[in-house]
Design a binder for this molecule. Structure first.
Ligand SMILES: Nc1nc2c(ncn2[C@@H]2O[C@H](COP(=O)(O)OP(=O)(O)OP(=O)(O)O)[C@@H](O)[C@H]2O)c(=O)[nH]1
Ligand SMILES: [Mg+2]
Length: 261
């Protein structure tokens, strides 16, 4: 409009207004850029957050659906998934959040890889493998995620790869092994709590390996520490049911019964 605004005297006012407007728009767009955050920040839920990356059609949505039952579109044409899709996976009473990252690798969505606990790099068993690893590695390095990758080969009914977890998302083969790997890498333990004379509470609390009774007590309620008297820990060991204190270190699947004063 500035270009075509009349330059004669009567048009001065309009021209001035337009220039003012342009200046404002330029400032706004600059501000927008400097404060630009990733468009997608997905609140962590559950015991851990795992992204699924892979080239288009590798089967990310099929895997997500198989692990979480989330109703995501699956199709044999490329770039079906255009925005991140979130689902919750249940692994032995624990919920873990899974996110499919669209294969467009848009800078709005790839930063999700930086905050995730783990990343599944999904390779399409029907396509050449080397290229896929190379392409994914570029994105992985850009997002400093190389220490949290689980390499998974999908469509393994066609071919397998020795260095990867081989699955068929469509036939639901190999998924238990994958779930186990996801859980193991989180470095967590599941601890059940119970009140004296009651059944254990499901789901369990998840804590870092090496956690003690103190962390369990705190996870129930902050005041629990003040009134804590002792705990009994039930497990498969010969010491099951023994009285322990706050510093007692717990193992996966221990049941903790807290007694208060
Ligand atoms: N043979 C075989 N086909 C599969 C398997 N998993 C997925 N597919 C097929 O691969 C195609 C792509 O699957 P999607 O799950 O949509 O793949 P995606 O990676 O999410 O693809 P985009 O979102 O489009 O990037 C579909 O036709 C699926 O049926 C598998 O384990 N074996
Ligand atoms: Mg998809």
């Amino acid at each position: 409009m500035i270009k075509f605004a009349p330059r004669h005297k009567g048009g001065h006012n309009l021209l001035a207004q337009l220039k003012q407007r342009l200046k404002k728009l330029k400032e706004e767009s600059k501000k927008g850029k400097s404060s630009s955050k990733p468009k997608f920040s997905i609140r962590k839920e559950g015991a851990g957050q795992v992204c699924i990356i892979g080239l288009t059609n590798s089967g990310k949505s099929t895997l997500l659906r198989a692990l979480t039952n989330v109703d995501v579109e699956i199709a044999d044409y490329p770039y079906t998934t255009k925005e991140p899709v979130v689902g919750m996976m249940n692994y032995a009473d624990v919920l873990i959040q899974l996110i499919e990252i669209p294969s467009t690798f848009d800078p709005d969505t790839t930063p999700l890889m930086q905050t995730a606990d783990e990343i599944i790099a999904l390779i399409d068993g029907e396509q050449e493998i080397g290229n896929q690893i190379e392409e994914l590695n570029k994105i992985i390095l850009k997002n400093k995620a190389d220490d949290k990758i689980i390499w998974v080969l999908n469509k393994a009914e066609r071919r397998t790869h020795l260095g990867m977890i081989n699955i068929s998302a469509i036939a639901k083969v190999g998924l238990n092994k994958l779930k186990e790997e996801i859980w193991n890498r989180l470095g967590l333990i599941r601890v059940y709590t119970k009140s004296p004379g009651k059944e254990k509470v499901v789901p369990p609390v998840t804590l870092r390996k090496g956690s003690t009774v103190k962390e369990v007590a705190k996870s129930i309620h902050k005041d629990f520490l003040k009134t804590f008297h002792f705990a009994r820990v039930f497990n498969s060991s010969q010491f099951s049911g023994q009285k322990v204190g706050l510093d007692f270190q717990l193992n996966d699947l221990d049941v903790v019964e807290i007694h208060t004063k």
